[in-house]
Design a protein around this ligand. Structure first.
Ligand code: ATP
Length: 680
């Protein structure tokens, strides 16, 4: 079976092994993936394509992988797409000789810019056949679009998009028809280019599936090099495990894929290890509603209760100059802090480079790194600090700091770093060591400096009264509550990118019965009434479904806003108005359920809710609860606006899976209560 052949005939007769792989071939695979919801089939298409690229033109494996996950580079590079609708429409119009008015009309009718582009290309007579698009050509074209900055950037972006679109769909082999009468649209290159530009491929192809496919392709390749036909299921499983372990520690295809090509899958563990310069995805915590729940979960085990500081997650990386040559990747990330001692970076919870936001932290780093410490990766929270009164300030203070190009001399809000974990120290990865040991190592490698660097306060106790006191003390110290963590054994290892049962968060407001807190994406708004006529009075919010890459509506919200906040929100949201909902917005189609305006997905808000219920009007986690044809999703009752989460992007919003979990938990508790009441 070949992705470059159909019924035994070459689809691309002029193409030969080693040549850049046609983008159309990848689009055909995308189209097949899109046509099925079966996980195994999706994975098989993906892995088959990768295997062939590996055999025929291995140099294309990296751009293929990146285009499959809909990214251009690792997150820490800061290079990403997510181009606004108006720019894309302009480019489609200009590249296909159609007016903006017609493009807008098409968009109104079709609702999917990818299909609008496919249709526009299809109806356009081409005088000459441009050179076919290649995978690496599309990747580098998209890259140019993503990194253009400065004066005239918008115009240059449009020009680059036009270049890609003009060559799209002109060299489709026979039998590879584009059919926009179906809502999928077939293997149109234009369609997939637009989706990449929008930053949502919507193939139902989860990052994890691509990882498994890549691992399997590597195992199959290895087996075929040895003259065997197919790998055994154990070999495949082992390959997946190796890949997963490596990716968890070093989530960068730019480093991993070249290593795979050089040494194969079985040498990957040796070739790629956690290293300063490449941020790991942080371990996350599960929420709990009572100290009783914590004790139940950790029964019989030793655990620790740390203050939960209310600031911004920060992963600080450092490597001394004389050790830097050991870490190729240290130079991959844009190293921002250079001192006499070494190179350092700070990354956010989404692996964004925060070095330009916190030059003050990097400048003071030599004050608290002990002289014998040559390299490290620290997990910390940066917290606003009152220099005079010498205590922690609320989160809102921190948010007033500028985000980019901060000059140390202009900084008004000072920050202190509170370190709670060390993941790498002096050349050694520590993620697979017990937390107790990691913590000891952390204490041995750094010095506390008041107002600059501290270790997170903690108490190791199993006594509920003592935990209660710790919780109260943490709140008095302007913290949000406690983080409770396992201390020993495999359960206390650091689990990158996992929301783990072994880290529990206890927030004071959860305990006060104030309900759940969620971070939601703003999709639309309703015009205000009465006093609020000149602003938006209520909003439609959504959670994020990671597997479908769609935003699923979860509530309307009109409470918790002051007049000032409403007018600020009106100002920031108005420029984001779009013609109609994006195809990746899931919401009831009922006539009365539609907001007055829709927005580009840009903002995340923290919202509190009394409880959750099921409603046909919303679509959150509808896969789990509305499968019986009722299309019911989970929705929030009495939601209240808390604040804008500047530190979160739409894809970091509370996930549909988390919403489902919250709902199930609430139902389970509800039942328990009912039973105990009945028992009485
Ligand atoms: P999420 O809801 O995705 O977990 P969040 O940013 O809303 O993320 P919380 O859920 O409130 O955060 O709690 C986890 C966060 O708490 C961590 O990501 C970290 O930024 C912060 N934090 C503060 N103190 C600690 C600590 N001692 N240990 C671990 N995390 C801490």
């Amino acid at each position: 079976q070949s992705v470059l052949k159909s019924s035994g005939k070459d689809l691309y007769p002029d193409w030969k092994a080693g040549d850049p792989v046609p983008y159309a071939a990848l689009c055909t695979t995308f189209s097949k993936i899109e046509m099925t919801t079966k996980r195994l089939e999706i994975s098989a298409h993906c892995s088959l394509f990768m295997r062939q690229v590996l055999r025929l033109t291995p140099d294309d494996l990296l751009p293929t992988t990146l285009l499959m996950i809909g990214k251009l580079a690792a997150d820490y590079s800061g290079i990403e797409l997510g181009i606004g609708e108006s720019l894309i429409m302009k480019a489609i119009g200009e590249s296909t000789g159609r007016t903006l008015k017609i493009i807008k009309e098409d968009q109104q009718k079709i609702g999917d810019l990818g299909l609008v582009a496919a249709k526009s290309r299809q109806n356009q007579p081409t005088m000459f056949k441009p050179k076919p698009l290649t995978i690496r050509g599309v990747h580098s074209g998209l890259m140019k679009i993503a990194i253009v900055e400065g004066q005239g950037a918008q115009g240059r972006k449009v020009d680059e998009i036009k270049k890609l679109l003009s060559a799209a769909d002109t060299n489709l082999p026979k039998g590879q028809a584009i059919d926009i009468s179906t809502d999928k649209g077939g293997p149109s290159e234009a369609k997939f280019i637009i989706r990449a530009l929008e930053g949502k491929m919507r193939l139902g192809l989860a990052d994890k599936t691509v990882q498994v496919a890549l691992a399997q392709a590597m195992v199959a390749h290895d087996v075929s090099l040895k003259g065997e036909k197919v790998p055994s299921s154990e070999q495949l499983k082992k390959g997946e495990e190796v890949f997963k372990a490596v990716y968890n520690e070093l989530p960068s295809y730019e480093v991993i894929v070249p290593a795979l090509l050089k040494g194969g899958i079985w040498n990957l563990r040796e070739a790629c290890r956690l290293q300063p310069g490449v941020p790991l995805k942080p371990m996350l915590a599960k929420p709990t509603k009572s100290l009783g729940e914590v004790l139940d979960r950790f029964e019989g085990k030793d655990f620790t209760c740390e203050y939960k500081y209310d600031g911004e997650r920060a992963q600080i990386h450092f490597v001394a100059h004389d050790a830097a040559q050991n870490y190729a990747a240290a130079t991959v990330a844009p190293a921002a802090g250079k001192s006499d001692r070494g190179i350092s970076n700070i990354f956010s919870r989404n692996s964004e480079d925060l070095s330009k936001k916190y030059p003050d932290i990097l400048a003071k780093l030599p004050n608290w790194v002990k002289s014998g410490t040559s390299s490290f990766v620290l997990d910390c929270e940066t917290v606003a600090w009152d220099v005079e009164k010498k205590h922690v300030l609320p989160f809102q203070q921190l948010m007033t700091r500028k985000k980019k190009d901060v000059k140390t001399e202009d900084i008004k809000v000072k920050v202190c770093v509170f370190a709670f974990d060390v993941l790498f120290l002096n050349g050694e990865a520590l993620v697979n060591k017990p937390f107790r040991e990691r913590r000891d190592l952390m204490y041995s490698a750094f010095d506390e400096v008041e107002g600059e660097f501290s270790f997170a306060k903690y108490g190791n106790t199993r006594e509920i009264e003592e935990i209660q006191t710790l919780l109260e003390d943490s709140v008095k110290a302007s913290c949000e509550g406690l983080m409770v963590k396992m201390l020993d054994g495999i359960e206390s290892h650091y689990e990158p990118s996992r929301r783990s049962q072994n880290w529990l968060k206890v927030k004071k407001d959860y305990l006060a019965g104030a309900g759940d807190s969620l971070d939601l994406v703003v999709l639309g708004a309703y015009y205000g009434k009465g006093k609020r006529t000149s602003v938006y009075g209520a909003f439609l919010l959504a959670c994020y479904n990671e597997s479908t890459q769609k935003y699923e509506s979860v509530c309307n919200i009109g409470t918790g806003f002051s007049e000032v906040v409403l007018s600020e929100l009106h100002e920031t949201l108005s420029p984001l108005v779009i013609e109609r909902p994006k195809p990746f917005y899931e919401h009831s189609t009922g006539k009365n359920d539609q907001p007055d305006v829709w927005f580009e997905p840009r903002y995340v808000w923290e919202v509190k809710t009394a409880d959750l219920t099921l409603s046909p009007r919303y679509r959150a986690a509808a896969e789990a609860f509305g499968g019986d044809g009722t299309h019911k999703g989970v929705s929030l009752r009495f939601p209240r606006f808390i604040q804008v989460r500047e530190d979160k992007k739409p894809d970091d919003a509370t996930s549909a899976r988390q919403v489902a979990e919250m709902y199930r938990k609430q139902e389970a508790v509800g039942k328990e209560k009912k039973i105990s009441v009945d028992d009485d």
